[in-house]
Structure formats: structure tokens, C-alpha cells
Design a binder for this molecule. Structure first.
Ligand code: IPM
Ligand code: MG
Length: 358
């Protein structure tokens, strides 16, 4: 099989971890008879420096013309004070809406090897396996009106709008229900229906849809309670479906249960067309270029790409197994280091991983 993959290394530690992902794909390609054609493109700060825009048209075109997109990370101190339309984050949001990636899957699964890296007690986090399904192209991130406007009295007023249409709710709910069906059969929808009309509407739609999924046990939580339950007793959750902003917040909290955000991949999928696969962590500008980055979330994003976009589950399994094996061998980057383990940098972690894979 031939696949065209667009690589978006981006900023900070992005290029270092992307190199590892590409090496892994080359090895896996040989073993499974998959032929990858790579094309690189600019996004984020590097794109701003080169073209003045965080998401050049050419980048979006390349992404559209590929089977899948592998993104590393964007952003850094250097671009933090630019006007909003020139910020790296705006490039990422443009990529999501430009490719219609309305469904963001963020798994938070604790690896037995890393339980002691969690800030929570072992009995709380052992066995945690949650999938957060976050709506990604709607809600308050994209709703209009938005901006800073002058009121009649001459006072300025900042505005964003949280809005969801029926079809936007239905399509993300469908992903939520179907994800739950393939997992533990439990779906928790998170909203703020006690205060927000848009949330009550969301809750009613999802409740209606649940009759089509009799095999899924649906529950609802307000977002504040969901945040509390996530740290109190995370094992009660299987699949969570929620809107853009709540999903942004809860997925970070869920990620932290696992001890290292440096281990978590994600997938952003649309109705058709290429998906984007990227680690949950950011560009970590403080350690960029120092060979300290943990490449494993990027590598696990490669596995998610193989599973969800390229339908190569055996190749995905092999990569996931290799990551576990490397951890079993005791290798740790700084972010997941614990007593008695062997601390390595990004390059050495990659070498060990490639050795295990081949
Ligand atoms: C994320 C990030 C982004 C978001 C930022 C960088 C725009 O926090 O992917 O969770 O808010 O969606
Ligand atoms: Mg976030």
C-alpha cells in the first residue's frame, strides 16, 4: 500500500520528536509492506517566520492532498505577543476547521510501568482507561459574534459565543456513542446544562439519540462535577463526550492522571478526508533542542494514525507493544523518570525503540 503523509514538525521540540516518528514509520513500512511518501509543510511559529502566516495556504493544500497528517507541536515564547491572527494557535485552529476535523479523540490510559509517575495515589489511578471525545470545530472557540466591541456607552466589551447546531451535536454524539460501543459501553456526556441554554440543548439531543444505542449506558455530568470526579475516582469513566472548551480543559486533567502528558497521543477526525494525529503535549520551548524531549507521544500518534486513518491495526499494535517494551526495559526520559530507572534523552530513547521494533 502507498500512503502520502504530510509532516508538520512545527516549533520547539516538534522537529526532534518528528524525526523519531518518521524513523519508526520507515521501519514499520518495511515490515508491513507499506510505502510512505512524506511531504513536509510549515505551521505555527516557523510558518510565521517564513511567510508571515501561521497556516500558509500551501500547508493546508498539502494536508488536503494526503492520506493523513502527522503534527508535532506549535508555539513558543517568541510568538506569544503577536496579534491573534498571527499566533501559532490560530494556525492550529485553522487546520482543524480547514480540514473539518470535528472529532478529537484523546485517550488517557495509565500504563502500569508509569503508575508511580502519577501525582495521584496508586489505588486511584491504577487501571484508568478513559477516552475523551472532544468536539473540535464548534462551540465557543468558533461561535460568532466574537471580538471586542464598543458598547453604546463607549465602554469596550469582549465577546465570544458558545453555540452548537443540531447537526454539530449529532455528529459528535455519534462518534461518542460508537466509541463507547467499541470500548466499555459507557458514555458520559459533559455539559453545563444547569446554566447554559446551549448545554441544555446539547443534553436533550444526546438523550434523544441514546435510544439508537441501547447497548451504551449514557450518563450526564455538569462540567464542574466532572472535573471533580476525574480526580476523585477516575475509574468510573469509560468514554466522555463533550464540547470544545470543556473538552480542552477536561482532557488536560485526564492526561495528568496518567503521570505524563508526554506519553499521550490524539487523533482529530472529520467526516471524510485526512485526519490529524498529534501528541497532546505542547512544544515545550524550555527544553527544545536539548535532546530532552519524550518522543513517545509522537510515536503513539503514529500508531493512532495507522489504526484510525490507514487501517493498519497490526502495525499500530506493533508500535504500541514496542513502546511498552522500552518502558519495561527501564528507559525513561526526564518527564517520566522514577527511581531505579535509566534516564535517557530523546535520541537514545529513539535508538532503543527502533532496536526493539526491528
Ligand atoms: C489543545 C490546545 C489548543 C486548544 C490550543 C493550542 C489552541 O490547548 O489542543 O488542547 O485550545 O485546542
Ligand atoms: Mg488544550
Amino acid at each position: 500500500m502507498n500512503y502520502r503523509i504530510t509532516l508538520l514538525p512545527g516549533d520547539g521540540i516538534g522537529p526532534e520528536i518528528m524525526t523519531v516518528a518518521v524513523d519508526v514509520l520507515k521501519v514499520i513500512g518495511n515490515q508491513f509492506n507499506l510505502n510512505f511518501e512524506f511531504q513536509e509543510a510549515l505551521i505555527g511559529g516557523v510558518a510565521i517566520d517564513a511567510t508571515g502566516e501561521p497556516l500558509p495556504k500551501e500547508t493546508l493544500e498539502k494536508c488536503r492532498n494526503s492520506d493523513a497528517v502527522l503534527l508535532a507541536a506549535i508555539g513558543g515564547y517568541k510568538w506569544d505577543n503577536l496579534p491573534r491572527h498571527q499566533r501559532p494557535e490560530t494556525g492550529l485552529l485553522g487546520l482543524r476547521s480547514g480540514l473539518g476535523l470535528f472529532a478529537n479523540l484523546r485517550p488517557a490510559k495509565i500504563l502500569p510501568q508509569l503508575i508511580d509517575a502519577s501525582t495521584l495515589k496508586r489505588e486511584i489511578v491504577e487501571g484508568v482507561d478513559i477516552m475523551v471525545v472532544r468536539e473540535l470545530t464548534g462551540g465557543v472557540y468558533f461561535g460568532t459574534p466574537k471580538g471586542v466591541f464598543e458598547t453604546e456607552t463607549g465602554e469596550k466589551r469582549g465577546v465570544n459565543t458558545m453555540a452548537y447546531t443540531e447537526s454539530e451535536i449529532d455528529r459528535i454524539a455519534k462518534v461518542g456513542f460508537e466509541t463507547a460501543q467499541k470500548r466499555g459501553g459507557k458514555l458520559c456526556s459533559v455539559d453545563k446544562a444547569n446554566v447554559l441554554e446551549v448545554s441544555q440543548f446539547w443534553r436533550d439531543r444526546i438523550t434523544q439519540m441514546s435510544s439508537e444505542y441501547p447497548d451504551v449506558e449514557l450518563s450526564h455530568l455538569y462540567v464542574d462535577n466532572a472535573a471533580m470526579q476525574l480526580v476523585r475516582w477516575p475509574k468510573q469513566f469509560d468514554t466522555i463526550v463533550t464540547g470544545n472548551l470543556f473538552g480542552d480543559i477536561l482532557s488536560d486533567a485526564a492526561a495528568m492522571l496518567t503521570g505524563s502528558i508526554g506519553m499521550l497521543p490524539s487523533a482529530s477526525l472529520g467526516a471524510s478526508g485526512p485526519g490529524v494525529f498529534e501528541p497532546v503535549h505542547g512544544s515545550a520551548p524550555d527544553i527544545a533542542g536539548q535532546d530532552k524531549a519524550n518522543p513517545l507521544a509522537q510515536v503513539l500518534s503514529v500508531a493512532m494514525m495507522l489504526r484510525y486513518a490507514l487501517e493498519q491495526p497490526a502495525a499500530a499494535d506493533k508500535i504500541e507493544q514496542a513502546v511498552l517494551q522500552v518502558l519495561d526495559l527501564g528507559y525513561r526520559t526526564g518527564d517520566i523518570m522514577s527511581e531505579g530507572m535509566k534516564q535517557v534523552g530523546c535520541k537514545e530513547m529513539a535508538e532503543v525503540l527502533l532496536k526493539v521494533l526491528s
